[in-house]
Structures are given as structure tokens and as C-alpha cells.
Design a protein around this ligand. Structure first.
Ligand code: GSH
Length: 140
């Protein structure tokens, strides 16, 4: 059975929705960010990047939302979650998901986790203020 490591209110929701829409047999394991469980030695064995989502499959553990979403779409083709028989349309879908994951999500993270990019508190406040601009205009 597939096992999704998940945290409420996180980007792991996309993978959970896809599993649900696919009609997959899966279980969810909650990773509690408030307790810092994403950095626990146990969880780092699941995903050394210390992030959710992570999907445990029969072949191994997948991370990164675009990869997980494509894996689910291909594993449950009858659910019609992705245009699997159209190379261009599938690439467009990947482009959109990759943009959300690698650009929008990273911009958003600067507001909440500024300490990853700077040590000075004033820099954190500055980054937080900048988030809405970069969300609206990612080239900023
Ligand atoms: N590029 C990854 C991003 C994963 C990610 O950063 N997830 C966040 C939740 S939305 C997380 O686990 N944050 C915990 C942390 O940064 O400590 C993806 O697309 O799945």
C-alpha cells in the first residue's frame, strides 16, 4: 500500500488530493511541523531533505510534488489525472507543476522561513514584505 508522509496546510495536500482522486489504496502519516518532526532522525531516513510530501511506493520513496503527481497519474491511468497520451500537453502540465514547486513555493518560503537565507532579523522582515510582490511578479 502507498504511504504518504504529509503535513496539514502544506504543499503535500496536492499529492493527497491526487491519491484520493485516483482512488488509490493509501495511508497517510502525519509529520508534525510544530514538533519539528520533519527534521527527526526517523523522518530524515524517509526524506533526507526534511520536507513533505514523501510517498513510499513498492519500488522506493518518491519526493518532489511534480514527480509524485506524475507517478500517481501514471499508476492510475483510468482516473484521467494527466494527459498521458499527449506529449505536449503532459509537458505543459509538468511546466505548470514545476513552476509552482520551484518558483512560487520558494518565493512563499522566504516569508515564513527567512532564516534559511539570511541571519539578520531585519532581513527576514524585508523578505516577508517582498513575498507578495514576488508572488505577483516572480521576475522581481
Ligand atoms: N520542492 C518540494 C518542496 C517541499 C517542501 O518544501 N515542503 C514543505 C511544506 S509545503 C516542507 O516540508 N517544509 C518543512 C520545512 O521546510 O522544514 C516539493 O515540490 O515537494
Amino acid at each position: 500500500m502507498l504511504k504518504l508522509f504529509y503535513s496539514p496546510g502544506s504543499c503535500a495536500l496536492a499529492s493527497r488530493i491526487a491519491l484520493e482522486d485516483a482512488g488509490a489504496d493509501y495511508e497517510v502519516v502525519r509529520v508534525d511541523f510544530a514538533k519539528g518532526e520533519q527534521r527527526s532522525p526517523e523522518y530524515l531516513k524517509i526524506n533526507p531533505k526534511g520536507r513533505v510530501p514523501a510517498l513510499v511506493t513498492g519500488k522506493g520513496i518518491l519526493t518532489e510534488t511534480p514527480a509524485i503527481l506524475t507517478y500517481i497519474a501514471q499508476s492510475f491511468p483510468d482516473a484521467g489525472l494527466a494527459p498521458l497520451d499527449d506529449a505536449y500537453a503532459l509537458a505543459e502540465m509538468q511546466a505548470f507543476n514545476s513552476y509552482l514547486s520551484s518558483t512560487v513555493h520558494v518565493n512563499h518560503a522566504h516569508g515564513r522561513r527567512g532564516a534559511r537565507w539570511a541571519d539578520d532579523e531585519s532581513s527576514h522582515a524585508d523578505m516577508k514584505r517582498k513575498v507578495s510582490q514576488t508572488m505577483a511578479r516572480p521576475w522581481n
